[in-house]
Ligand binder design. Structure first.
Ligand code: ATP
Ligand code: MG
Length: 334
């Protein structure tokens, strides 16, 4: 069985972007791969170090979300990053293998810095050493578990490339020890936000969360960006620039063709179209909400799952650490 390592930052609940862009896939993959799912609290702290409560609270919420969409703790190990000190150790060793200018050129880091500036103005301009270095720590996340396949959204591809470079450098200096991971992309590797932004993101405030209640979902769907040229109810419109149509497609509405044709012919008002989407969306969310309720009422089960997953993950990371230290000749007394 090949090994999968994938992760998510505990900075809030899961949203549709996660589900359709990445996390939904993990449910299928967990059967065919040895699966490790990292709750990346250390990475979340790189830009939330002044708000640890948010991160800590999100660890449980996120775990509940993962269980609610069908991640099975008997198949996948869900673990907490900060409880695996080997990842921090590896990060230190890898940080010698990457230049500062290479990190600054990383397209994902660049985009994130840019959107921080837009969101927070001057405060967003102070980029810490830890934030700039998170791709190095992510390389440690992946390699600590000998991850061969990394299922992610396409915003993560430059980070994976960075990891591969670090692996090659490590192997060329210290001898072949680490595996070069490969990305696994979903059918929809980048899900747009309800505001039409290219990416739905927690930090971007444009997401529908799997934990949103019916009223929140209704409000968000009603506020979705549609074709700005459609003013009257019977104006024809262009579904390709309409977020409502986009989500009809994503959620797998079986009447998609009708939605599209009626929209183009001006036979469908946006409000009616949004109401139809709302019904489909609530149908999709219903079983997820039921499981969320169950785990919220049984927090001890969630703790148990995290403890067990972390224990198994740590065993694997310890093995890797041994190989790494041996390769670097710093296995002093062995
Ligand atoms: P943050 O804004 O805090 O970075 P995020 O919404 O980007 O949050 P992450 O925890 O960084 O979420 O991402 C977890 C996984 O979900 C990654 O594999 C990422 O590529 C994927 N992902 C996140 N948002 C989307 C999206 N809109 N479309 C596709 N995949 C996504
Ligand atoms: Mg992100």
């Amino acid at each position: 069985m090949k090994t999968i390592l994938t992760g998510i930052r505990p900075t809030g609940h899961l949203h549709l972007g996660h589900y359709f862009g990445a996390v939904g896939n993990w449910v299928k993959l967990q059967t065919d791969y040895e699966t490790y799912i990292e709750i990346a609290d250390v990475q979340a702290l790189t830009d939330n170090f002044d708000n640890p409560d948010k991160v800590v609270k999100s660890v449980k919420n996120l775990t509940i979300d993962l269980l609610s969409i069908g991640i099975d703790p008997n198949k996948a190990n869900i673990f907490i990053q900060s409880l695996i000190p080997e990842i921090a150790e590896l990060t230190v060793f890898y940080s010698n293998l990457v230049t500062i200018s290479r990190l600054e050129r990383n397209p994902t880091v660049k985009t994130e810095i840019k959107s921080k500036k837009e969101l927070f103005g001057e405060k967003g301009e102070s980029i810490t050493y830890g934030f700039l270095g998170y791709p190095v720590s992510q390389a440690a996340d992946i390699t600590a578990f000998k991850g061969e396949v990394v299922p992610v959204g396409d915003d993560q591809l430059p980070l994976l490339e960075q990891c591969r470079e670090i692996v090659r450098k490590f192997n060329s200096i210290y001898g072949k020890t680490l595996l070069e991971p490969e990305a696994y992309l979903s059918k929809f590797p980048r899900i747009k936000g309800i505001d039409g932004n290219e990416k739905m993101g927690k930090s971007l405030g444009n997401a529908i969360y799997l934990a949103d209640d019916d009223e929140e979902v209704r409000k968000k769907i009603m506020s979705m960006v549609t074709d700005p040229n459609k003013i009257k109810i019977d104006d024809p419109a262009n579904p390709d620039i309409c977020m409502t149509y986009y989500y009809h497609k994503l959620i797998g509405n079986e009447n998609l063709k009708t939605v599209c044709e009626e929209c183009k012919l001006g036979k469908r008002g946006c409000v009616a179209c949004k109401k139809e989407l709302l019904n489909k969306m609530l149908e999709f969310l219903k079983p997820i909400h039921e499981k969320q309720r169950y785990y919220n009422e049984h927090p001890e089960k969630v703790d148990e799952i995290l403890k067990e997953g972390t224990k198994k993950a740590r065993e694997k990371a310890k093995e890797t650490m041994k190989d790494v230290k041996k390769a670097m000749r710093i296995n002093y007394f062995e």
